[in-house]
Write a protein that binds this ligand. Sequence first.
Ligand SMILES: Cc1cc2nc3c(=O)[nH]c(=O)nc-3n(C[C@H](O)[C@H](O)[C@H](O)COP(=O)(O)OP(=O)(O)OC[C@H]3O[C@@H](n4cnc5c(N)ncnc54)[C@H](O)[C@@H]3O)c2cc1C
Ligand code: SF4
Length: 505
Amino acid sequence: MTVWVLGDQLSTNCGPIEHADHVLMIEAHAFGDRHRYHPQKLLTVFAAMRSFRDRLRESDYEVTYLRAETFGAALDRYFEASPGDDLVIMEPPSHGAGDRLEAMVEARGGTLTRVENELFLTTPAEFDAWAGKHTDDRTYRQENWYRHVRRETGILMDDGEPIGGEWNYDDENRETPPKDWEPPAVLRFEQDETTREVRSFVADRYPDAWGRLPDPDEPIPWPVTREQALEALEWFIDTRLGEFGPYQDAMVTDEWALSHSLLSSAINLGLLTPMEVVDRVEAAYHTGDAPLNSVEGFIRQVIGWREFMRHVYRRSMPELAAANQLEQSRELPPAYWTGETDMQCLSEAVGGVYDRGYAHHIERLMVLSNFALLYGVDPAELNEWFHLGFVDAYHWVTTPNVIGMGSFATDVLSSKPYASSGNYINRMSDHCKSCPYAVSKTTGENACPFNALYWDFLKENEATLRGTGRMGLMYSHVDNKSDEEWDAIRDRADWVRQLTVRGEL
Ligand SMILES: Cc1cc2nc3c(=O)[nH]c(=O)nc-3n(C[C@H](O)[C@H](O)[C@H](O)COP(=O)(O)OP(=O)(O)OC[C@H]3O[C@@H](n4cnc5c(N)ncnc54)[C@H](O)[C@@H]3O)c2cc1C
Ligand code: SF4
């Protein structure tokens, strides 16, 4: 049996590969021309694929590894050498990809059998059965799904009840680190020969890629082998998991990683399965090595959010990618490309994405997409930026997060927008202290740009938002503002927009 292993399915721990007598892998380069993908993304994917190929060969697998411009060109070569071959593949999570690959194989005289993608913890059938009973007017509730998965799997459960008596410990998890807090060191991996080879290929082949390509002797934080991924998991558990919970929403200047796991790229490539990550983290709780609030908070990200996003995407495409219920149409501000802005929070987040292809969850949600939402960026354009800029970005995961969660372009996965003024950023970060804008001011010179945009956004989108869940309090503040206040807010919001377009904010 020939198993076709895609670049984000680099696992021997699950799926049909166990029974393969031959493996096909295709490194297709032209996809990288579609967008200015971050060089660290290209480096990580291609280095991980080549390392996986070598590992399979060392384990006596027969591997055909084709480098080509497109899948089509590689498949032409493959079927010339192996006419009529039957290929087996794990279903790719991105919309329509399975159908496209099947048609390409059949056009060349082969067959493609698509089997369950075991790199997710839950199956489509399981989510569909759950959603049939639990969808509230087509808005899926992550919290309900999360509890369902815990009940079904027994993860962090004790005799049918959540361990500790609560489903969720967020109340204990909204802290910012004290001034003298020393963040744990980030684990980095020396570039081996394969990675350096890929690095120089990426430098030559993708001169227009957006983002920083590390020097050849610079260790990188993104695992490209199974061994590195396992080391990264252990490192996270030993050094960061304990404080993951309390600091997961915090932002600190010059501290890009805080206590986040930095595992998303490895999980999304298949170097780690979500189940093994969850098992290992749960075990750390049972051995007394990590507190419940951190363990529960982390596990919720994986079995709640990650699985939930995958299924909502699967069920909501293709409409999801084009959704735009707020009819936002502005171009992405130049600052998202240059990082040049006096806004300390935005410059820190964009700078991190450029340097590393990474920003943590709250920077993605409450800075990068929050500003774009309030300013009025076209959700599809924002999605494209997130898709090209991050090491862990794939259409199936970026799209629901950016279009659904960040842009509120559809209410399919949340009932209210994740929109906030500068107050939230001030509460959860130290950025405002060193920012030339005044977070306490909404209007007038130097007022924090988030503030006027926020109120203007609520007013502009009143018809859609006023009646939506949990927006009542915000609209009571809207109702209490005088005409003079609204005039000043509009003036300031217009001014902020003009400066943003010119890249002068
Ligand atoms: C606008 C926006 C865009 C995003 N784009 C991506 C993306 O392209 N790829 C991606 O993997 N995640 C994306 N996320 C989700 C989340 O921000 C990242 O998974 C996380 O920041 C990765 O860093 P980490 O591994 O240190 O995560 P941690 O904070 O340590 O979290 C643990 C793990 O939980 C999972 N996770 C947590 N939240 C989500 C989520 N909402 N969706 C999917 N998985 C989640 C990830 O596997 C992550 O590794 C996005 C979120 C937002 C708001
Ligand atoms: S004052 Fe406003 S722009 Fe500046 S860091 Fe704070 S939230 Fe960001």
